[in-house]
Design a protein around this ligand. Structure first.
Ligand code: SF4
Ligand code: SF4
Length: 184
């Protein structure tokens, strides 16, 4: 056979010694490596009981924001949907009625707001495009599911808890953002 390079090396097939045929040295070698790992610091954690701290620039699940009076910030301008490179956002606008001023901050609001998390690439452009501080990416994941339709997040799934009626839920959902706003 003609060699294509000069790196050809003939491999010698030596017969196995008695020790090698018993496989014991190889087993002990493997056990030493296994036991050695038992005394090393574990790189894994018991998720979900324990979680790792997120990077300050982590971008997770979206939150639709409210103001300090609990009114929805979103004015259904559509800028987030236009900015979204994955076309993951859809919405329907509605006019606010006189009796709804305590619910919506602006004269227009999103009657329907949906994000398809299977399309989303968590780039954060929707947050950057929003002129009303109405949407931001939080420090949570979209939980796993078996059905595609569960990944279409509706307005009810995305809205942050009301800071007036549920201050604890609001604080938990806002996470570091509350601290950041307080430091401003
Ligand atoms: S994070 Fe990016 S991909 Fe996801 S909805 Fe916002 S703009 Fe679209
Ligand atoms: S989230 Fe912001 S950018 Fe998107 S529709 Fe509402 S106000 Fe406009």
């Amino acid at each position: 056979m003609q060699a294509l390079t000069n790196r050809l090396k003939q491999v010698e097939r030596k017969p196995m010694s008695l020790l090698e045929r018993m496989y014991l040295p190889a087993i002990f070698k493997g056990m030493i490596i296994t036991f050695g790992h038992m005394f090393k610091k574990r790189p894994t954690i018991n998720y979900p009981e324990k979680t790792r701290p997120f990077s300050p620039v982590f971008r997770g699940l979206h939150i639709l924001n409210r103001d300090e009076e609990g009114r929805e910030n979103c004015t259904a301008c559509g800028l987030c949907a236009v900015a979204c490179p994955a076309e993951a956002i859809t919405m329907e606008a509605a006019e606010r009625k006189e009796s709804e001023t305590h619910l919506y901050r602006e004269e227009k609001y999103a009657a329907k707001y949906e994000i398809n998390m299977l399309r989303c690439i968590f780039c954060g452009l929707c947050e950057e495009a929003c002129p009303k501080d109405a949407i931001y990416l939080s420090e949570t994941f979209a939980p796993a599911d078996y059905q595609r339709k569960q990944f279409i997040y509706k307005k009810e799934d995305l809205l942050i808890p009301n800071p007036i009626t549920d201050p604890e839920g609001y604080k938990k959902a806002a996470g570091n953002r509350v601290q950041l706003n307080a430091n401003k």
